[in-house]
Ligand binder design. Structure first.
Ligand code: PLP
Length: 246
């Protein structure tokens, strides 16, 4: 059985983080492993508190798994601290994982920081190990220093993030005005994935970024290419969100 590892925060409410990632892996028929970067206290509406694990402990979590299991793909989500990001960069340098999906989580939708101050800079150290990185508009703006707000600036940001070392860049356009479009850049070509805006309360969309990046990792673990993995993950995300409304 193919195996994917999620390195992310725990969400006791189940819609985001490790808990969501493992459910997504299972839905792709992929065995799931997990290493927790931070505990959170949250109820699916708001994050109330965050308690990151120390970097030495995070490395221990991952290295004991690597000794026992073969890992086909890795998803990196919420990291809690810049120190955790730096520790993982050191590990990735040594292990040379081929398929790392980096979800550049900086804050919850409600605005609660999910990484400490300076964490965004530390996350940049992970870009060169990423097979694909999946920032939203705000994260793409912070990483590049550009104002990313429309298709043109998404393309510009995708080029900039690619030049920082990520092999492929998927800029998520869920917060665009009008039709949501995700932009994928592989260093040569752009692909555009148009969506249909779903309505409903904010909590319906809790963890959408986690679900998408976990789906990409699972699909890559199953041997798909990056573009196909994005397509499969987007389809799975829509079906999960639709179920939440019923
Ligand atoms: N909690 C955890 C553990 C997360 O990893 C994330 C997002 O990556 C969130 C909460 C934020 O979820 P959202 O902003 O989608 O509500």
């Amino acid at each position: 059985m193919r195996t994917a590892l999620t390195i992310a925060g725990a969400d006791p409410s189940g819609g985001a983080g490790i808990q969501a990632d493992l459910k997504v892996f299972e839905s792709f028929g992929v065995a799931g492993l997990s290493a927790i970067t931070a505990l959170t206290a949250q109820d699916g509406r708001a994050v109330h508190a965050v308690l990151p694990v120390p970097p030495g402990f995070l490395l221990k979590e991952v290295t004991v798994l690597l000794k026992r299991f073969r890992v086909d793909a890795v998803k990196v989500g919420m990291l809690g601290t810049g120190e955790n990001a730096v520790a993982l960069a050191g590990l990735f340098k040594k292990t040379g994982f081929p398929k790392i999906v980096l979800d550049t989580v900086l804050a919850s939708t409600g605005g609660r920081p999910l990484i400490d101050e300076g964490g965004a800079d530390a996350i940049k150290k992970l870009l060169k190990y990423a097979c694909i990185v999946t920032p939203n508009l705000r994260e793409a703006s912070i990483i590049t220093g550009l104002v990313v707000h429309d298709l043109r600036s998404m393309e510009e940001a995708a080029r900039a993030i690619h030049s920082m070392g990520a092999q492929s860049v998927l800029i998520k356009g869920g917060h665009l005005e009008g039709t949501p479009i995700d932009v994928l850049f592989d260093g040569n070509n752009f692909d555009y994935f148009k969506g249909r805006r779903l309505g409903g309360p904010r909590e319906r969309f809790h963890g959408t970024g986690c679900i998408l990046s976990a789906g990409i990792a699972a699909s890559l673990a199953n041997g798909r290419g990056v573009k196909k993995a994005v397509e499969e993950a987007r389809e799975r995300l829509v079906s999960i969100l639709k179920k939440r409304s019923t």
